[in-house]
Design a protein around this ligand. Structure first.
Ligand SMILES: NC(=O)c1ccc[n+]([C@@H]2O[C@H](COP(=O)([O-])OP(=O)(O)OC[C@H]3O[C@@H](n4cnc5c(N)ncnc54)[C@H](OP(=O)(O)O)[C@@H]3O)[C@@H](O)[C@H]2O)c1
Length: 230
């Protein structure tokens, strides 16, 4: 798809991978709308972007998803790309916790159910556009389990399954493309507890997404995740 002139909403665009994507796409001439829970982080991110917009809100909360989708449609109707990037993960050992199911529920709500709902809220709007895309950020965790994030992988595998189904559903609609980005370990705050300092820079994920958009390459493995796409 075109990589300039889009209006792109990025959930979790105030830090890490989302902010790196915001910067890359902003520099290429796209209007960027970032989202996050902390207003302070959003304001700090806005200073690093050119004429970007921020919409505060917690996408794991139903009322916030409805409000944000409404605000996008009413005040930023040019939005034609949504990047579902915000995610949650708990780092813990199954042997040392008694509430893994509560952690799993939070992860599943943020990483899977909320993405389905938010996407559903915006799909009718996106389908009216000449060119539109949904970009879901999953993970290398789609392809295997890790004992330090024991209930996270399943949520990203679920997101992957939904993303493929969404792509199949709309494959006849030439104006709507469905992308999935699979980052490996990336050096962000998110991964700090599982050795994220050894991960790749978030800019590498943003660069791969940009190239994929240019090529209409819907699966976007990054770094180590490429081994699963040979
Ligand atoms: N880092 C990795 O190693 C890695 C690897 C594979 C996949 N991923 C995936 O990549 C995505 C981004 O991760 P990251 O490493 O860039 O994380 P990060 O550096 O911690 O940034 C997360 C961003 O999301 C926002 N956010 C978190 N929860 C939110 C919510 N419920 N609603 C709205 N915004 C929210 C944060 O801002 P606020 O805190 O202010 O809300 C921040 O802007 C996640 O889906 C993650 O699962 C990460």
């Amino acid at each position: 798809m075109k990589t300039t002139g889009n209006t792109i909403f990025i959930s979790g665009g105030s830090a890490g991978i989302g902010l790196a994507m915001a910067k890359k796409l902003n520099a290429a001439g796209n209007t960027i709308i970032i989202n996050g829970r902390s207003e302070e982080r959003l304001q700090s991110a806005l200073k690093q972007l050119d004429q970007a917009i921020a919409i505060q809100g917690d996408l794991s909360v139903e009322a916030d998803r409805i409000r944000i989708a409404k605000e996008l449609k009413e005040h930023h109707p040019k939005v034609n790309v949504i990047i579902n990037n915000a995610g949650a993960a708990f780092s813990y050992l199954l042997s040392e916790t008694l509430n893994a199911h509560e952690k799993a529920a939070i992860e599943m709500n943020t990483n899977y159910l909320s993405v389905i709902h938010f996407t559903e809220l915006l799909l009718p709007h996106l389908l009216q556009k000449t060119e539109a895309a949904v970009v879901n950020v999953s993970s290398i965790a789609v392809f295997g389990s890790h004992k330090l994030v024991p209930t996270y992988g399943a949520t990203k595998a679920a997101l992957h399954s939904y993303t493929v189904a969404l792509r199949y559903t709309y494959e006849e609609e030439k104006n709507l493309q469905i992308y999935e980005v699979y980052p490996p370990l990336v050096n962000t705050e998110f991964s700090a507890e599982i050795g994220g300092a050894n991960g790749i820079p978030p800019e590498e994920v943003a660069d791969e997404l940009f190239l994929a958009l240019e090529k209409n390459q819907f699966d976007v493995p990054v770094g180590d995740t490429k081994q699963f796409f040979k």
